[in-house]
Design a protein around this ligand. Structure first.
Ligand SMILES: [Zn+2]
Length: 362
């Protein structure tokens, strides 16, 4: 490269750097999210969404999540397996790091059931540290892998007591604010084994602690910190999500809310009607949030539902073939609101963490 060229290049660079930026002409920065609502369809892969649309609406592409403005496909593999379970799947989404199946928000250096690996700070814990309100709602046990990977760290997903006690002993921030869902007896039993008087410990930590849907509905308007543990599945997930949304919305600093709808079983009718209900819940909340809220739908892994035949007018349930197993293919991610334009193309599940984090502007 000759000297004259170098001098010229340097002059151009200087000019470029010093070029005045006129006020009012700067491109508008993308708006940041004040709130993020992450919906997880546990096991709700593309085959299940496809079947649920046919089941619920008699035609394809009729679910709300199939019509959100931004969508992409997420890989779901775990660090040690092509096929993910909910623990490694949710760890990737909440921490941006792939780990081994069965491991809850600890690194892939974890030896399952034996030894903790690196602690991976979750998006919920980050939100706690930033002063946001946080919540988890599910139709699975509140100590099960998907909610657990938001607020706890454990070398095995089945360590119910150890997982749930981390609500009382958070590693980052002052603990998740709202916890609503089933698992009452298992959680009370497992924490009692660790000699924790859960009711007392939660009250000492500033939570309102209730054990039924009706008590939850009574408590929600007057509390900022609520743990509701239901005895069974006789309650409405969307109602619980609404209450969590109302409580968290009262925090002027913003919030992070994760709502899981677990819909994968051999029971085709329950799975498909559960998926349609989940979709209606997402639509209803997405229509009520302000423009400052990122709403994102993802699945932690897929599930082996297939429709190998049939046509318009056919009864859908009998068309579905089921193999009761998680499957490895990519899953749909769909989003609206600030930061949602990053949901496009195909990407690793770990990218969901950075999409949400960057949406907040962190
Ligand atoms: Zn799962």
């Amino acid at each position: 490269m000759n000297r004259t060229f170098l001098v010229l290049a340097f002059a151009i660079l200087l000019f470029a750097c010093s070029a005045p930026v006129e006020e009012g002409e700067a491109p508008e920065l993308p708006q940041k999210a004040k709130n993020v609502i992450l919906f997880i369809g546990d096991g709700v892969g593309i085959p299940t969404l496809n079947a649920a649309s046919l089941f619920g609406y008699g035609k394809p592409l009729s679910l709300f999540v199939q019509q959100m403005p931004h969508s992409g496909l997420s890989d779901t593999s775990a660090a040690n397996s092509w096929v993910s379970d909910s623990a490694s799947g949710m760890t990737a989404i909440m921490t941006g790091t792939k780990t081994n199946n069965g491991v809850v928000s600890l690194g892939p250096d974890t030896i399952r059931r034996e030894q903790d690996g690196q602690i991976l700070k979750t998006l919920l814990e980050l939100a706690e540290e930033k002063g946001l309100a946080t919540g988890v709602v599910s139709n699975s046990s509140m100590a099960d892998a998907t909610p657990a990977a938001c607020y706890a760290h454990a070398n095995d997903r089945n360590k119910t007591g150890e997982i749930f006690r981390q609500i009382l002993e958070p590693r980052f921030g002052d603990g998740v604010d709202v916890v609503i869902g089933p698992g009452r007896d298992a959680i009370l039993g497992a924490t009692a084994e660790l000699e924790i008087d859960l009711a007392k410990a939660l009250e000492d930590a500033g939570y309102t602690f209730v054990l039924s849907e009706s008590e939850m509905l009574e408590a929600a308007p007057g509390t900022q910190r609520l743990v509701a543990l239901y005895p069974d599945n006789e309650y409405d997930l969307a109602t619980s999500a609404d209450s969590a949304f109302e409580i968290l919305s009262r925090d002027p600093d913003g919030f992070f809310l994760m709502v899981e709808s677990n819909n994968h079983s051999e029971d085709v009718e329950a799975t498909l009607s559960g998926t349609v209900k989940m979709d209606r819940m997402i639509r209803s909340l997405a229509e009520r949030v302000g423009p400052d809220t990122l709403v994102i739908f993802a699945a932690d892994h897929s599930y082996a539902y297939r429709i190998p035949g049939g046509g318009p007018g056919d009864e859908v349930i009998s068309l579905v073939t089921v193999e009761d197993t998680h499957t490895a293919e990519e899953v749909l991610v769909a989003a609206q609101g600030p930061g949602s334009e990053a949901v496009r193309g195909l990407f690793p599940n770990t990218k969901l963490f950075s999409i949400m984090k960057e949406a907040y502007g962190w």
